[in-house]
Design a protein around this ligand. Structure first.
Ligand code: ATR
Length: 277
């Protein structure tokens, strides 16, 4: 994994558990790659014994021009989170979108097809979620963001793929109440330096009347938004299944084998627990 700083990622634990489970002689590690070393490190991925890499903050956009080929998802989302070394040629993929969909369907038992969706946020994660949901054939996708201009840009970028529109503040409540699925892609509610994990990105009492709430935050395990939604009788999911399934999709791109998702989920939970201790 190419990151900067490499920090306390749970991906190494998750992928090494998967390699071990399938008896694959490979090792995954988090590399701290400062921006001025990115090109050289990416070039090194062309070596014979390298499957590829994950790419994360702040390199997801910067690696785009370093790829020999890009998947349709990586192109549309405008970011690469997975590099696959195919005999010296580097293919850039984005497994955040498919990871999100698998989490929703397999773990959440929720099918987004023909559903009404509201998405909060318009950053990098939001682009992958918007791509995934429009490809999955949602009835409509309303996008709300604190900074309106970013929501408008995202809507413009993705409108060729389906029914996506910008939700101004005045229409947010109404859109949320009518939604079958609400997705939080903002960092509000995260347990992180400088952030208050007790806040929800929604004003109190403002929740869908029915349906499903997916919060991409996974630290804390249960966010304030999820607590409010559960109290209102809604089904909820945190961001851990998406993290695990995007990893499973990357694993499958590298090895050509079906990823042991359960093993990866358990390893991710253990690593998260360790990070908290
Ligand atoms: P990521 O790659 O995780 O999506 P990002 O690209 O930095 O991260 O996007 C963060 C998202 O969280 C943005 O939509 C951001 O809103 P702005 O565009 O207005 O910055 C949103 N966000 C972060 N802090 C927020 C807050 N306190 N209130 C509302 N939205 C917030």
């Amino acid at each position: 994994m190419l990151a900067h700083p490499a920090g306390h990622s749970i991906s190494p634990t998750m992928h090494n558990a998967a390699f071990e489970k399938l008896g694959i002689n490979a090792h995954y590690e988090a590399l701290d790659v400062p921006p001025d070393s990115l090109e050289a490190v990416v070039a090194g991925l062309r070596q014979k014994d390298v499957y590829g890499a994950n790419v994360t903050i702040p390199h997801k956009l910067a690696v785009l021009p370093l790829m020999d080929a890009l998947s349709e998802a990586a192109k549309q989302i405008g970011a690469v989170n997975t590099i696959v070394n195919e005999e010296g040629k580097l293919h850039g993929h984005n497994t955040d979108a498919t990871g999100f969909l698998r989490a929703l369907r397999d773990d959440g038992q929720f099918s987004p097809k023909s559903k009404r969706v509201v998405m909060l946020g318009a950053g990098g994660a939001a682009r992958a979620v918007a791509y995934a949901l429009l490809k999955a054939g949602v009835a409509d996708l309303g996008v709300y963001n604190r900074t309106e201009s970013k929501a408008e840009t995202l809507v413009n970028d993705f409108s060729p793929l389906g029914a996506i529109s910008h939700l101004p503040e005045e229409t947010l409540n109404q859109a949320i109440q009518a939604a079958d699925l609400l997705v939080n892609t903002t960092s509000v509610g995260m347990e992180k330096a400088g952030l208050d994990p007790k806040v929800s990105p929604l004003k109190e009492g403002n929740l869908p009347a029915r349906g499903f709430v997916s919060d991409l935050v996974y630290r804390p395990e249960t966010t304030q938004l999820m607590r409010d939604a559960m109290a209102a009788g809604l089904k909820v999911q945190n961001g851990l299944p998406m993290l695990v399934y995007q990893g499973a999709e990357s694993f499958e791109c590298w090895t050509g084998q079906s990823a042991p998702a359960k093993v990866m989920l358990n390893a991710a939970k253990t690593a998260l627990g360790r990070a908290r201790a």
